[in-house]
Design a protein around this ligand. Structure first.
Ligand code: 5GP
Length: 189
């Protein structure tokens, strides 16, 4: 067993979920790491599918019990983290872990997993395109969108040079094909 991980990070709205879902649909030796979060479920989200949902108090208790590989307060009051048990669950099946994680978390995971990890930063073409995409998604309030856009701008700056690959999601088909190739090359290494 060679216990590999693939990390996808991006400002929200850069098309990260689309790329991640595409990669997951192409191979059956990959498995999505379900993060824990203290934010409320959105839309049809279910516990144990998109996230493991907990209250902020429950989340803090798990931090104290050292249950996380990494965690962060991504937005004020909203914690997100990778449980050690989730990593063990996926590796025990012999699968490679796919992480969909914020930029700081991605950098942290790359540092933790080193050569076992492939880290990919997905870049939106511009802050304006990002704002339009988030508005188009229709799942957030304008206030939440502006918060995400501001965070995205600083994340793009922060990410510079810290990932193994940067994928510019300008044309989606091109980005998907490129992601597939990078992942394929890493897995046969
Ligand atoms: P959302 O609320 O839109 O689902 O996620 C917000 C941000 O939290 C995204 O950038 C997502 O990638 C990130 N995120 C999800 N899970 C984790 C995690 O386990 N750790 C960290 N640090 N960030 C996460």
């Amino acid at each position: 067993m060679n216990n590999k991980v693939i990390i996808f990070s991006a400002p929200s709205g850069a098309g990260k979920s689309t790329v991640v879902n595409h990669i997951l649909s192409k191979r059956n030796d990959l498995e999505f790491s379900i993060s824990a979060t203290s934010r409320a479920p959105r839309g049809q989200e279910k516990h144990g599918v998109e996230y493991y949902f907990f209250s902020a108090d429950e989340f803090r208790k798990m931090i104290a019990e050292e249950k996380f590989v990494e965690y962060e307060e991504v937005y004020a009051g909203s914690f997100y983290g990778t449980l050690k048990s989730e990593v063990e669950r996926i590796w025990a099946k012999g699968n490679t872990i796919i992480f969909d994680i914020d930029v700081q978390g991605g950098v942290n995971l790359k540092r933790i997993f080193g050569d076992q990890a492939l880290s990919i930063f997905i870049q939106a073409p511009s802050v304006e395109v990002l704002r339009e995409r988030l508005i188009g998604r229709g799942t957030d309030t304008m206030e939440a969108i502006e918060k995400r856009v501001a965070k995205a701008a600083s994340e793009m700056e922060f990410a510079d040079g810290k990932f193994d690959y940067t994928l510019v999601n300008d044309d989606l088909e091109t980005a998907l094909a490129e992601a597939e190739k990078i992942v394929g090359d890493f897995l046969c290494r």
